[in-house]
Design a protein around this ligand. Structure first.
Ligand code: FAD
Length: 261
């Protein structure tokens, strides 16, 4: 179906507003659905904040905040248990921590109940997977670690129950199939495409943003092996080119002068 392939590529760039809003939504809304985090939840959150503090492509002040949040979460009294009120209080005690308002840019739906957070979350996950983040001692961070961080974040903090169910079922394949950094990036890409194909005709899909296999032809002609039909179900991918494309797409971020604060 060529109709989905005519959009100009400038429309598809990642925007920092969606990434900031995804983090803000996670901390200010989703997290507050719980009161006290148990040991596993605390560990998963601390690990996710560690990943954010090292891999998030945020403004200097945002990065400073994430680093301070991570440091604060490492206090002995919070290692095994922490209340979400304590977290919120900490966030509010810092100026320039997270925006107050949640605004969507590329993730804006044609109705307020469409897109938004789930779109922002996928965007955040792919972005984290493709940054050049440094673990301690200046070594490049193992992307499998980031993938597990994402997986655990979904398990403990994504309130969409069916999303969690499908994603965790899919994630059972990670340990046997993901052996390298590149595998980890491609695993998340493939899992997202499976969701796209499952939700193609779902009523929750925004009619103005039809679910297509990503990247669509117009964004990356070389990601598909040549001479096939445009039928989504038969796409044969050129994985090297998909990898290069994802790497570029998710590091080419639009920053806004007047971003939400
Ligand atoms: P999204 O699918 O949210 O994608 C956001 C953007 O990511 C796209 O605009 C595109 O630029 C890019 N993108 C698309 N596909 C890929 C890809 N394969 N690789 C890299 N980038 C890509 N909803 C359900 O109803 N049932 C579910 O089981 C379900 N599971 C989910 C699991 C997770 C982990 C998440 C984060 C969301 C899930 N959702 C589920 C929500 C659903 O996948 C969409 O996020 C939502 O419908 C909004 O869709 P969207 O059109 O904004 O695009």
């Amino acid at each position: 179906d060529l109709h989905n392939h005519h959009l100009p590529s400038v429309a598809a760039k990642v925007n920092i507003i969606d990434l900031d809003s995804a983090i803000t939504f996670a901390f200010r809304r989703e997290l507050c659905l719980k009161s006290t985090l148990n040991k596993n939840e605390t560990l998963a959150l601390r690990n996710f904040v560690m990943i954010l503090s090292k891999c998030y492509p945020g403004s200097p002040r945002r990065m400073k905040f994430l680093q301070l949040l991570y440091k604060w979460m490492n206090k002995r009294e919070y290692l095994n248990q922490i209340s979400t009120e304590q977290i919120t209080t900490f966030i509010d005690s810092m100026n320039a921590s997270l925006p107050k308002k949640i605004v969507w840019s590329k993730c804006m739906g044609s109705h307020s109940h469409l897109r938004g957070y789930p779109c922002g979350l996928w965007t955040l996950f792919h972005t984290l997977m493709t940054q050049n983040c440094q673990s301690n001692f200046g070594m490049a961070m193992d992307r499998r670690k980031i993938l597990y961080g994402v997986r655990n974040f979904v398990q403990y903090f994504f309130s969409c129950q069916k999303c969690r169910y499908h994603f965790l079922k899919e994630a059972a394949t990670i340990s046997s199939t993901v052996k390298s950094n590149d595998d980890a990036v491609l695993w998340l890409w493939r899992a997202h495409n499976k969701a796209n194909s499952r939700l193609k005709d779902d009523k929750s899909t925004d009619p103005e943003f039809p679910k297509v296999q990503f990247p669509p032809l117009y964004l990356c002609p070389t990601c598909r092996l040549p001479s096939q039909s445009y039928n989504d179900s038969t796409i044969k991918w050129n994985k090297d080119n998909v990898l290069k494309f994802l790497q570029k797409f998710y590091s080419d971020i639009e920053y806004n002068e007047n971003g939400a604060e």
